[in-house]
Design a protein around this ligand. Sequence first.
Ligand code: NDP
Ligand code: KPL
Length: 309
Amino acid sequence: MNIAILGAGAMGSLYASYLAPFHSVTLFDSCAPLVEHINAKGLIKVNHDHTEIPLKAKAALSGTSLGYQDLVIVFVKGIHTYEAMKNNQSLLGPDTIVMTLQNGAGNNRDIAQFVPRERIIVGTSSHNSVYLETGKFYHSGCGPTNIGPDLPCESSLRDVKKAAQALEESGLTVNIMDNIQYVLWQKLVINCGINALSTLMQCRIGEIYTNPYLWDLCKRIVYECVLIAEADGTYLDRKEALLAVSKVCENDSSGFASMYQDRQNKRLTEIDRINGVVANLGSEYKIPAPCNTMLVTQIHAIEQMYSRQ
Ligand SMILES: NC(=O)C1=CN([C@@H]2O[C@H](COP(=O)(O)OP(=O)(O)OC[C@H]3O[C@@H](n4cnc5c(N)ncnc54)[C@H](OP(=O)(O)O)[C@@H]3O)[C@@H](O)[C@H]2O)C=CC1
Ligand SMILES: CC(C)(CO)C(=O)C(=O)O
C-alpha cells in the first residue's frame, strides 16, 4: 500500500516504524530540518529495555505532491488536523482512505471537510511514544489499535478491513470495533484522567496511579466524565472506566503523556479537544464538571506562560 502519515512526531514515527518495512510509507511533517534528518539518517526507536533500533524511513515536507495515496494516517495534534489535511489534499484521490488515531474529539469533523465521511476511519491507539530528540523516540507502551468507520456503510466497512489488514501485516494488533463510539468515549475518558494531570504535575504516566493524591484527583475527573458521557448517550461503567485508566497507567508507566510532551516543548496542547470537550458538554447537559473545567483553565494558564519561562 502507498501510505502517507501526517505528522512525523512521536506517534507518526512509531507507526512508520511498523509499516515502512512492509509498505511504501512517507512521513509528512511541517518541520523541514526533521524531514531532512529522517531522509538522511532514518529514525531510531528506543525499546523498553533501552535497546536502540535504527530504521530507514522516507519523509516529505507537508504539502509536497506525491500523488494519490491508498491510506493517509493523521498523527498531527488535533489543533493542526485541519491545516495538515488542507495542505496535503493532493494526496487524496477518489479511493483514498483517511484514518485518525488521534486523541480528543473533533478530528473526524476536520477531516470530513476534505474527504467524504464514508472514507474516514476513526479509532484509538493504545501505544505510548515519547519523542526524545530529532528522529528518535521511546516506545514506552504497547497495545492494540482499535478502529471502526466514521459513517458505517458497506464501502466504509470494506475500507476498515483493508486498513486493518495493512496494519496487521506490519505487526500491529488491530481490533475492528462494532461499537467504535463507545471506544472513542472510553479513550477520551482515559485522556481526560491522565493527560492534563500529568502535564500539571510534570510526572510520568505511572505516577498518576501510584501517588494516592493524584489517583484521588484522577478518580474525580473520571467520574465527571462518566456522568457526562451517559448524558451524551454513551454509558460507561464508572468502575470499568477507572480500571481502564489504571491499566494505561501501569502499561505506560515509564512514559510521558503527549500533553506533557507539549508542555516540555512549549507547544499548544490538545486540552480544548480533551477535557475542554467534556467541560462544554457538561454545561450543555447541565452536569457540573468543576475538575475538567479547572484543568482546562490551568493548562491554558501554563500555555500563556511559555513565553516567559
Ligand atoms: N504520544 C503518545 O503516546 C500518544 C499520542 N496520541 C495522539 O496522537 C496524535 C499525535 O501525537 P504525537 O505524535 O505525540 O504528537 P507530536 O507533537 O510528537 O507529533 C506531531 C507532529 O506533527 C507536526 N505537524 C504540526 N503541524 C503539521 C502539519 N500541518 N503538517 C504536518 N505535520 C505537522 C509537528 O510538528 P511541530 O512539532 O513543528 O508542530 C510534529 O512533528 C495526538 O492527537 C495525540 O494525542 C495518541 C496516543 C498516544
Ligand atoms: C493514554 C496516553 C496517556 C498514553 O499514551 C495517551 O494517549 C497520550 O499520551 O496522549
